[in-house]
Design a protein around this ligand. Structure first.
Ligand code: GLC
Length: 424
């Protein structure tokens, strides 16, 4: 009798296991909102939800990366469990690590190792993989091929040539009735995007990276001064006065409407500029950024985004499965073709369909390898203070509040205080 009851219980258990799906879980993901990021995130998360029977809600964080960072830090600091999966910037892995799970518990070594080792290394904090690479980024120079051709000009090689051409075409186009035309747009608002642009100007002229690899503060030097003073001279001559409040999307919208000759932006802009309804579709080229003078280099800042699972998630295992899916080869491929998000999986750089959709990816691999990193490892938890003082100082100069020399000198002093207090 006893035996019989046990067998029936076993049978019932097996039946339940076969016929009942694992309980459906509700997850929340906070992915980006720049350009078409949200749309892409929605598509891929619903495909995963359909496949697994789980449910995913999208949270909407602020567009600017630094605002997003402080919101995340605040929520995670309180152990908030509302968001399971976070899209995190390449510069935050160390800053947020203690709130994130080690994805190595859930994602196979083979899946991890197909990504660029430098990104995996960046995302590994004290031996824990706190973010799975999702897409990478480098600064690019977009230009109007049709306008360069119209004026018989070739693609500029260095920053002064770029500004000369920008001003020339702007002037000619305005004479021809295009009264809204500007030569150059970039990210000039006081936020992380300006830190990236300014670092590119300075590094191109061999003016360093604000804080060097050993942690010494280097920002107050003649090349950096010159690079920032030059950039300030662009405002209201080749760049619109409102560029000092532009983020990525403001610059992209102006360029896409046909009112700028050159634009600095990240790869995602490519897909939007070439969309069917874009006024500049098929009229745009994209190149590495120009050199800083004859002896300078082409310096592009390295960006990029990872997916991370919160330690406070109630369903870390299911959340990690969503991360595994979103960062998989198939999803990275769709996002590269449809949205120009540069993959982090190395072999996708040889994929003919991706290269046909986003031709500059063929040359992006070397550009990524030589890209300029922001001074994150050397400043540690002080990075947000360093970058905030940096973009504020540069923003002052762009707005004509003090010279480059006086602002960079003051910046050097501010950074000394931060270093003294934080002791990086
Ligand atoms: C891009 C980059 C990111 C950077 C941000 C600045 O999203 O991928 O790394 O911090 O731009 O605006």
């Amino acid at each position: 009798m006893m035996m019989h009851a046990t067998l029936s219980a076993l049978f019932l258990g097996a039946l339940l296991a076969v016929s009942l799906p694992a309980a459906a879980v509700d997850l929340t993901i906070s992915c980006g909102t720049v350009g078409r990021e949200r749309e892409f995130c929605e598509q891929a998360t619903s495909a995963w939800a359909k496949e697994t029977g789980h449910h995913v809600t999208l949270a909407t964080p602020p567009q600017r990366t630094n605002e997003r960072f402080f919101q995340y830090l605040f929520d995670l600091g309180q152990g908030d469990s509302r968001i399971d999966v976070y899209q995190i910037d390449i510069i935050w892995t160390g800053l947020l690590a203690k709130h994130l799970v080690d994805l190595k518990q859930y994602i196979s070594q083979t899946d991890i190792e197909q990504n660029f080792p430098a990104i995996v290394a960046n995302n590994t904090v004290d031996g824990r993989l706190v973010g799975m690479p999702w897409f990478t980024d480098v600064g690019l120079m977009y230009y109007r091929k049709d306008l360069l051709e119209k004026y018989g000009l070739s693609v500029p090689q260095d920053w002064s040539e770029l500004i000369d051409i920008a001003l020339y075409i702007q002037t000619q186009e305005r004479k021809a009735g295009q009264s809204e035309m500007w030569g150059y747009v970039f990210q000039g608002a006081a936020y992380e995007g300006l830190s990236c642009n300014a670092l590119e100007w300075i590094a191109a002229y061999d003016g360093g990276t604000v804080v060097d690899k050993e942690g010494a503060i280097t920002i107050d030097n003649p090349q950096a001064n010159m690079a920032i003073a030059r950039a300030a001279s662009w405002v209201n001559t080749v760049a619109p006065p409102q560029v000092t409040s532009f983020n990525e999307e403001d610059a992209r919208q102006m360029f896409q409407s046909g009112n700028a000759v050159f634009m600095r932006n990240w790869p995602y802009a490519w897909a939007m500029l070439n969309a069917k309804d874009s006024p500049v579709a098929a009229k745009v080229g994209a190149l590495p950024l120009p050199r800083g003078g004859v002896k300078g280099i082409s310096a592009s800042v390295l960006g990029g985004w990872q997916l991370a699972v919160s330690k406070y998630s109630k369903n870390p295992e299911v959340a990690a499965d969503l991360v595994r899916y979103l960062t998989s080869e198939a999803v990275q491929k769709q996002r590269a073709i449809g949205g120009a998000y540069p993959p982090t999986i190395m072999r996708l750089y040889e994929d003919p369909e991706i290269l046909a959709a986003v031709p500059f990816l063929a040359t992006m691999r070397p550009a990524m390898e030589s890209a300029v990193a922001r001074p994150v490892p050397q400043t540690g938890t002080d990075y947000m203070a360093v970058t905030t003082y940096f973009w504020d100082a540069v923003h002052n100069v762009l707005q004509g509040q003090g010279t480059a020399a006086s602002n960079l000198k003051a910046l050097e002093d501010q950074l000394r205080h931060v270093k003294f207090r934080g002791g990086w």
